[in-house]
Design a protein around this ligand. Sequence first.
Ligand SMILES: NC(=O)C1=CN([C@@H]2O[C@H](COP(=O)(O)OP(=O)(O)OC[C@H]3O[C@@H](n4cnc5c(N)ncnc54)[C@H](O)[C@@H]3O)[C@@H](O)[C@H]2O)C=CC1
Ligand SMILES: O=C(CO)COP(=O)(O)O
Ligand SMILES: [Zn+2]
Length: 352
Amino acid sequence: MFEKSTWIRLPRNVVVGHEVLGRTLEVVDDVHLSGRPLLVTSPTPRELAADPIAAQFEERGIDPLVVTVETASFDAVEEVIAEAEAGDAAYLVGVGGGKPIDIAKMASDHLGMGFLSVPTAASHDGIVSNRGSVPDGDTRHSVAAEPPLAVVADTGILANAPWELTTAGCADIISNYTAVMDWRLANRLKNVEYSEYAAALAEMTAEILVDNADLIRPGIEESAWIVTKALMSSGVAMSIAGSSRPASGAEHLFSHQLDRLVPGAALHGHQVGVGAIMTAYLHGGDRGIWTDIRDALASIDAPTTADELGIDADTVVEALSTCHAIRDRYTILGDGMEEEAARQVARQTGVI
Ligand SMILES: NC(=O)C1=CN([C@@H]2O[C@H](COP(=O)(O)OP(=O)(O)OC[C@H]3O[C@@H](n4cnc5c(N)ncnc54)[C@H](O)[C@@H]3O)[C@@H](O)[C@H]2O)C=CC1
Ligand SMILES: O=C(CO)COP(=O)(O)O
Ligand SMILES: [Zn+2]
């Protein structure tokens, strides 16, 4: 008997483009949200986007609640939940980079409320996905959470964000290549559930981004458009898969381990990009696509070496040789790399 079922949770409206921030209330209406919103933001995005959105609500006679968070933590999630309950909020709006959006996502999951994602930086694919990532003890990877009901991505704001945030978003997309290789391997070796649709979408997204790498330049709104659409597409792949597998393999394990060893040393996307160079090498050796990945990263100004990440060689080797154990996710790292083998890979690929 056929007993399979799937439940794909996607944003209902995705609005990307020039000055779309000014249309936030139209989006709110279109997804039938009403009542008092709670805007969750961080200091710079507050000025750039949350205050202008708050002004739109005020013009309509609605007094929005605003919480400014500084760090991604469960204390911040609790604070948002408490503010929402005390202020009778009806829904949440996450405005900023990954941190406020993740906090809004996790809080809305807990409160059973809808939420909107308003990214001000195209820094990774969490800005649209149904995954939330808040450090929990030793855990750094994402967990299932509420997907946004809608995304409002203003390309003018995104194009003016610090360039390294955009290159981090690009690198997060480029890492889909190795994530999908790991996923296929895990499917073949461990019978891990696999979706060809999600895998193909994740790979195609990386390919389109790499093909358009020449158009991705600082301060250009069309660049923000290309990167944001890719992040959306990658988020959809994760939603189809019902896991982060299409966009997260061993290169992400490596990055999560760096987050534990040297918190805040480099951006998520930059770390996974360097991880992807090394894990692509592990998949294919000298004939593999690791040089293509390295060159694609270099072409969009993303780091390709430990030095460029600002992380020392020993830490890179430690992260690569220990990260297999941090999560139950089978990858090319198998049951772990010997430290000397990890050092060789990092040397062969020019990472150290
Ligand atoms: N949910 C998920 O699947 C994922 C979540 N993450 C999480 O996301 C977080 C990292 O994301 P980020 O966006 O790097 O963090 P973030 O929210 O801290 O933003 C980085 C910095 O950029 C600034 N910023 C944002 N937009 C700006 C703009 N337009 N102009 C000037 N400055 C601007 C912020 O004020 C902040 O200082 C981490 O907590 C990480 O764990 C990372 C990957 C996936
Ligand atoms: O960053 C992500 C995909 O790009 C999410 O992956 P994780 O589940 O490994 O946190
Ligand atoms: Zn990522």
